[in-house]
Every structure is written in structure tokens, then in C-alpha cells.
Design a protein around this ligand. Structure first.
Ligand code: FAD
Length: 467
């Protein structure tokens, strides 16, 4: 009997489907943001989609896949942008959105963290913890859609990273419970440095079943749209507000002219020709923010309590990965690269790129701390002109001193955002002995047409690996 038929027989009452429409929808993520991936990943689908509702059902489904050696792609909300959620060799998509719910606080007395099942929507965690005065340190701009397991397995930073650093920075993920892929799946609790072995591994070396994250005080946050006559002053303000350690902020998102025009709901606030900084700051820090805005020649054009903006969505849904979504709504050809600016001379290197790449396109940045220092991520926003031009632009930005990760590939080694070394491979051997998870994403098994045709001459990001 065909392995998929045998698997489906074994699934019994666990919800599953082989309906082609469901398979197509469940095998896609947001890779179409990349013109490189649009054609390459189109049409790659799973053979069956399984939707367990509990951890026990998940365990039974995984056991059945292991028994019949069926490849597994784990799926959260499918909001990953690099095609990391696309099954490259068929098999089963295991949709874990049903395995959801906040488990509870950790720590006695003052909470030290919050624990949630992997399928929990990120914003639902904050909704549960805020009444007690706490919230997650960081979340993706997709918090209202993304699952917390998908964020840990496929994301890297976001709203809060200008204060707390990225997910990978020590202390930002407390613990992960991971399920192995065996005939008798085991649950393994990871803490300390081990969490980073599974973080951003696209589900290749373990299925995350529970996540424990540290919390921060839930201040009253204010959204601000700020304009500056030129990008130099917008960038200076962005660096100044981030290096003012006492100022509490969650987002600092500068956009050079004419990018504000790409946000129809924000553009009316920003005089034509001006640069824009989108900001989320704690109410008690507003006098300090106002000082820094005025010192840098800017003007606050709009402010409101978090989530109450006239633009109809939380302001963070115009930042981070959402910015490109808005640009592409106006011009589908626009893309960017995931470039990281050095800690030293940050303002100077931002301005150098702004001037030297003016021919390419205007800069969009997200300010973030990483590895103990302030940095910015982002690149000029430019029109896709083919793979040769993309490779040439990558090389030019690297020569300008930036570290580039490739966002146009589902293959980890070609992306360069996550180190995949001996420890990651050892975890994969132990937790996924049959090599069924995320086939082609993490190891040499990537189909040549995918790994070769998505490679760029990118340096990747470097981390102090001892951390
Ligand atoms: C508009 C937009 C904005 C974005 N902004 C940000 C941002 O600010 N910060 C950021 O980091 N990312 C961002 N992203 C990327 C993406 O939204 C995040 O990575 C998100 O958290 C992914 O969650 P998800 O539930 O959609 O995961 P999915 O897309 O379903 O999965 C992501 C990856 O993780 C794997 N996976 C999912 N669940 C599990 C699990 N339980 N165990 C093991 N592996 C699993 C999948 O196989 C896949 O490889 C953005 C994407 C878009 C489209």
C-alpha cells in the first residue's frame, strides 16, 4: 500500500485532508513576496494535510508519519516569507494551529515568563498576560496571525527588538518543549543555549510543542508618526532614541522619501519630500521623545494610544515585514535585502549607504539591538531586475560594510541568518532519526534547482557563537 494511504488509515479520527484545494493552500506561505521564489516554489504541495487538535493527537500523527517514513512540514499560520513552510518533497503538512492555548505563568510570585502551546497566536499571549501588567518582550509584526511556535521556528526579531535584542540573544527564549519524530515520539525540554539550536531551524530538527518566553512590563504604549525634512535627521533621531537607554520604546522604523507615499493611510501626515519615522514609545517617555524629535528638526504629525490609530490597524503593521507588503501593494516589483549595519559608526554607515545607493532606491530600516549592540536592518527598496542584478547588489552592499542574509531562499545554509553547525546536525540526528522533518531546508538534501537557483554571494550574519 502507498505510504500516504497507509498513513491516512492509521490517522483514524485525527482531522486530515487530501483535497487538492486544501493541500495547495496549506503548502504555501508568503514566499510570493520574493520574485525569485514566486515561480520556483509554485506548485510544490504536500500529499496530505493533518490538523491535530491536541498534543496527544499531534503525537499520534507524528508517530504514524515516522512509521510510514512520510516527510513532515510543520505549519503554523503560514506567514513565513522565505518559503520555509513549503514542502519540497511532498509528504504531510502538519498544521499545529489547533494545538493552542496559554499554559500559564512561570515563576513564583512575580512572573518570570509565560508558557504557551506552539499553535497559540502570538497576540493571544499578550491579551492573556496584559491584564496582570506583563507582556512579551518582542513579537513579529504578524502578531495577530502568527503562531508562537512558527515565530520561534521561522522568525527572528520584531516589535521590542530595539529595546531587547533579537530572539537569538541570550535570555530571550527561556525554554522550548520539542517533540521527536519516532515511532514513539518523545517530548524533550530545552533550556539555556540549547534553545537556539532549534530556534530559526524551520522545524528541521524538532517539532516545537510548547514555548516559554520571558515577559516585560506592559506599559501604556503610544504610536507616533514623525516627519523629518531629510533622511539624515530621521536616521540621527532613530539612533539617538535607541541609544537613550532610559527611553522605553518598542519600534523605531525610519523610511526615506518617497517611501511614506507607499502607505496611503500614513502619507497624509507626512509632508511631501520628508522622511518618516514610525515609533512606539511608552507614555512616560513621551517628553524625552519630544525633545529628541525637536533637537533633530522633526515634527510629531500624529499620536494615539496603541491600536487606536485612524489608519485602522496597529502602527506596527506598517513596520518590519509589513512595510514591504505595503510597498508591494503599490509596486509589485519592489524588493529589499536583509542587510545588517555594523554597531560602530552606525549613523555614518547608514548615511553612506543612503548616499552611495541613492541610484538604487530609498532606505527602509528597522532599528534593533543584536548581540549586545545597536544596529539597524534593512536596505534600499528597489525594483527587481533579475538574479544577476540581485547578486551584484548583494555584493555592492557587502563591500559597503553590511552583512547580508538572503531572504530569497528556503535553504538555511544559503540564507545565512542562522548558523547550522555540528550541534544543529546532532539534534537533527537525535530528534529526527529518519530525516523526515523540513526536507531540503537544512541539509545537503535540498533539491539542486532550489539551492542553486536561490543562492546569492551573501556573507550571512555572524554571531558570537559561544553565546
Ligand atoms: C507581512 C509580514 C511581516 C513579518 N514580520 C516579521 C517580523 O516582524 N519578525 C519576524 O521575525 N518575522 C516576521 N515575518 C515572518 C513571519 O511572520 C514570522 O516568522 C512568523 O512568526 C511565522 O509564524 P507562523 O505561525 O506564520 O509560522 P509558519 O510560516 O507557519 O512557519 C514558519 C516556519 O516554522 C516552521 N514551524 C512552524 N511551526 C512550527 C513548530 N511548532 N515546530 C517546528 N517548526 C515549526 C515551519 O515549518 C516554517 O518553516 C513577517 C512575515 C510577513 C508576511
Amino acid at each position: 500500500m502507498h505510504a500516504i494511504d497507509a498513513l491516512c488509515d492509521r490517522l483514524g479520527g485525527i482531522e486530515h485532508s487530501r483535497d487538492p484545494r486544501r493541500l495547495r493552500a496549506g503548502s504555501r506561505d508568503r514566499f510570493a513576496q520574493s520574485p525569485v521564489l514566486r515561480d520556483l516554489l509554485h506548485g510544490r504541495t504536500a500529499d496530505v494535510i493533518i490538523a491535530p487538535r491536541t498534543k496527544d493527537e499531534l503525537r499520534a500523527a507524528v508517530a504514524a508519519c515516522a512509521r510510514h517514513r512520510v516527510p513532515i512540514t510543520v505549519r503554523g499560520a503560514g506567514s513565513g516569507q522565505f518559503g520555509q513552510g513549503v514542502p519540497l518533497s511532498g509528504g504531510a503538512v502538519v498544521d499545529v494551529t489547533g494545538v493552542a492555548g496559554v499554559v500559564g505563568w512561570t515563576g513564583a510570585g512575580v512572573p518570570t515568563g509565560v508558557r504557551a502551546l506552539a499553535g497559540t497566536v502570538v497576540a493571544d499571549i499578550d491579551a492573556a498576560t496584559r491584564p496582570d501588567g506583563w507582556e512579551l518582550r518582542m513579537h513579529p509584526s504578524t502578531a495577530r496571525q502568527a503562531t508562537v511556535g512558527g515565530y520561534i521556528a521561522g522568525g527572528h526579531a520584531g516589535i521590542g527588538s530595539c529595546q531587547w535584542g533579537i530572539l537569538r540573544d541570550t535570555g530571550n527564549i527561556t525554554a522550548l518543549e520539542v517533540m521527536t519524530v519516532e515511532e514513539e515520539p518523545r517530548l524533550v525540554e530545552l533550556t539555556g543555549r540549547d534553545v537556539n539550536t532549534v530556534h530559526h531551524a524551520y522545524g528541521a530538527n524538532g517539532i516545537i510543542t510548547e514555548v516559554e518566553l520571558p515577559v516585560a512590563p506592559a506599559w501604556e504604549w503610544t504610536e507616533l508618526v514623525v516627519s523629518f525634512p531629510d533622511f539624515a535627521r530621521a536616521a540621527r533621531f532613530s539612533v539617538d532614541v535607541c541609544t537613550s537607554d532610559g527611553v522605553l520604546k518598542k519600534v523605531v522604523s525610519p523610511h526615506a522619501h518617497p517611501l511614506p507615499r507607499y502607505f496611503p493611510d500614513l502619507a497624509p501626515f507626512v509632508p511631501d519630500g520628508h522622511a518618516m519615522v514610525l515609533l512606539l514609545a511608552a507614555a512616560q517617555s513621551l517628553p524625552n521623545v519630544e525633545d529628541l524629535v525637536h533637537e533633530n528638526g522633526g515634527e510629531i504629525r500624529y499620536r494615539c494610544r496603541e491600536g487606536e490609530g485612524v489608519y485602522g490597524a496597529p502602527l506596527y503593521e506598517f513596520t518590519w515585514g509589513h512595510s514591504m507588503m505595503h510597498y508591494q501593494r503599490v509596486d509589485r516589483s519592489l524588493i529589499g535585502l536583509l542587510a545588517l549595519y555594523p554597531h560602530d559608526g552606525l549613523h555614518e554607515s547608514i548615511m553612506r549607504v543612503h548616499h552611495d545607493f541613492a541610484d538604487l532606491g530609498p532606505l527602509h530600516l528597522e532599528m534593533k539591538r543584536i548581540d549586545g549592540g545597536l544596529s539597524a536592518q534593512g536596505s534600499p527598496v528597489f525594483s527587481y531586475q533579475g538574479r544577476a542584478h540581485l547578486a551584484e547588489t548583494t555584493a555592492r552592499l557587502q563591500d559597503a560594510g553590511l552583512a547580508i542574509a538572503n531572504t530569497h531562499t528556503p535553504v538555511l545554509s544559503a540564507s545565512g541568518m542562522k548558523p547550522w553547525g555540528g550541534k544543529e546536525a546532532a539534534f537533527k540526528r537525535e530528534f529526527d532519526p529518519y530525516g523526515l522533518l523540513a526536507q531540503g531546508k537544512a541539509d545537503a538534501s535540498a533539491p539542486a534547482d532550489v539551492s542553486e537557483s536561490t543562492a546569492l554571494p551573501n556573507s550571512g550574519w555572524s554571531y558570537r557563537l559561544s553565546r
